[in-house]
Design a protein. Structure first.
Length: 134
C-alpha cells in the first residue's frame, strides 16, 4: 500500500497517510475559504486508521470548527493540515500539504451553495449544494 507524506510549511509537523482515500473534492464552504485563503480547499477523506501523525504533535493547534469537525494547523507557520470528524471516524486531509499525489483526485465540488459569488467553477465535475450523500 502506497504511503503519502505530508507536512506543514515549516516542517515541524509531519504525517503519513495510506493512499486509501474514500472520497475527494473541492470544498467551497466559507470555513474552508477562510482557513485556506483560497476559493476552495482540495480535501480527501480517509478513515482515521489510515492516518498517522509522525512528528510535531506538540506544535499542533486544535480548533473546534463546528460541532462535528476539529481542524488542525501548525502553531508556528499556520498551515492548515487536516480536520477530524469524530462522529464518522474520518480525517479530511488538505491535498495541498501532501508531498506526493494521491491516487484519488477530486471528484466533485461541494458546498457550492456558499462559494464565493465572484468565483466561477469552469470544470465539468459534479457540483453539490452541501456535502454529497454517500
Amino acid at each position: 500500500m502506497k504511503k503519502i507524506h505530508g507536512s506543514c510549511l515549516c516542517g515541524r509537523i509531519q504525517f503519513s497517510v495510506d493512499d486509501q482515500f474514500a472520497y475527494a473534492g473541492y470544498c467551497h464552504c466559507s470555513m474552508c475559504r477562510k482557513a485556506s485563503g483560497a476559493t476552495a480547499s482540495a480535501i480527501g477523506g480517509v478513515s482515521e486508521e489510515h492516518f498517522t501523525l509522525v512528528t510535531g504533535e506538540e506544535h499542533l493547534h486544535r480548533y473546534q470548527r463546528s460541532e462535528a469537525s476539529i481542524s488542525y494547523s501548525c502553531a508556528h507557520c499556520a498551515s492548515t493540515l487536516y480536520g477530524s470528524k469524530p462522529d464518522t471516524g474520518m480525517i479530511h486531509v488538505r491535498y495541498g500539504v501532501l508531498d506526493q499525489s494521491p491516487t484519488l483526485t477530486p471528484q466533485a465540488h461541494m458546498h457550492v451553495g456558499s462559494k464565493a459569488d465572484w468565483y466561477q467553477i469552469t470544470d465539468e465535475l459534479p457540483q453539490f449544494e452541501g456535502f454529497p450523500s454517500p
